[in-house]
Design a protein around this ligand. Structure first.
Ligand SMILES: Nc1ncnc2c1ncn2[C@@H]1O[C@H](COP(=O)(O)OP(=O)(O)OP(=O)(O)O)[C@@H](O)[C@H]1O
Length: 261
């Protein structure tokens, strides 16, 4: 039997002095695409950071966070299996980094400046191939600061894809993007799932839950409060309850949108 991508049992997780999760339980199978929803501060990013091993749970008996069935994982190998796309990550790049170096940095496990690294011909070619895969070759010599936020986001996606990961994590994937950038990233996400890569997204924006994503998890007050199929959970009643404000729902072509009720 294949081990789950993520198995969290009775985990307690602190950020600074405060508890974000207490006795958190959640499993995500390999190949499964999931959307994590919850109000500001609910712990969506913290949950993703448990999966990327940027945050560890408090150690206690009867509790674990296993990734691919293991308590302990080699973080470099993990980065090759799980890609990450987020505004936070994007904002760490220096303005003068070129598009090529952004994507190459995924291969080297670095952020930005690469002049002290020897880069092999094979690494260069892989970087070019990955840029080409997303139609980003025209950006290879452009500095990050001269690109739109949407172009930057797609370079971060290309960086994530350079290892052909089996899962890509998107933390608020279209945050700060205009409509064109937003739709392009949504299209990229759909394409990934169609090609067999699973996506895990954390969001407030229901339109980011692309039609291919069927499972939705609600988190609030340090717990998973609902976990199930999108058609069941994305109702006006349940979204109103999750966010504590009255909404009405619109659905079209497999997309959902919340409006004030
Ligand atoms: N570096 C940090 N140090 C201390 N507390 C933190 C840190 N980062 C986040 N927190 C706290 O942890 C809790 C969960 O934050 P997290 O960013 O995971 O929530 P979120 O659901 O992703 O929120 P948002 O929707 O606002 O992005 C919040 O109370 C937040 O204030």
């Amino acid at each position: 039997m294949t081990a789950p991508l993520l198995e969290i049992r009775n985990a307690t997780v602190y950020r600074g002095e405060s508890i974000v999760f207490d006795n958190l339980n959640l499993s995500i199978e390999q190949g499964e695409s999931v959307a994590i929803l919850g109000p500001n501060g609910a712990g969506k990013s913290t949950l993703l950071k448990l999966l990327t091993r940027e945050i560890y749970p408090y150690e206690k008996t009867g509790s674990h966070v296993k990734i691919f069935g293991n308590d302990r994982v080699n973080v470099q190998q993990l980065r090759e299996k799980i890609g990450l796309v987020s505004y936070d990550f994007q904002s760490k790049y220096m303005p003068i980094t070129t598009g090529f170096d952004v994507v190459l940095s995924g291969l080297l496990g670095t952020i930005g400046h690469l002049y002290h690294h020897d880069v092999s011909e094979q690494q260069r070619q892989l970087t070019l191939d990955t840029l080409a895969r997303l139609g980003l070759l025209p950006l290879k010599d452009k500095m990050f600061q001269h690109l739109s936020s949407g172009q930057q986001r797609r370079l971060i996606l290309a960086r994530a894809l350079i290892h052909h990961p089996q899962t890509v994590i998107f933390d608020e994937p279209t945050n700060s993007l205009d409509l064109q950038g937003c739709f392009q990233v949504l299209s990229d996400m759909r394409q990934l799932v169609r090609e067999g890569t699973s996506v895990i997204i954390a969001t407030h924006h229901l339109h980011e839950i692309t039609p291919e994503i069927q499972r939705v998890v609600f988190i609030r007050d340090g717990q998973v409060i609902a976990d199930g199929q999108k058609a069941e959970l994305l109702s006006a009643e349940r979204i109103s309850d999750l966010y504590g404000t009255a909404v009405q729902m619109i659905t079209q072509d497999g997309y959902y949108q919340a409006l004030p009720a």
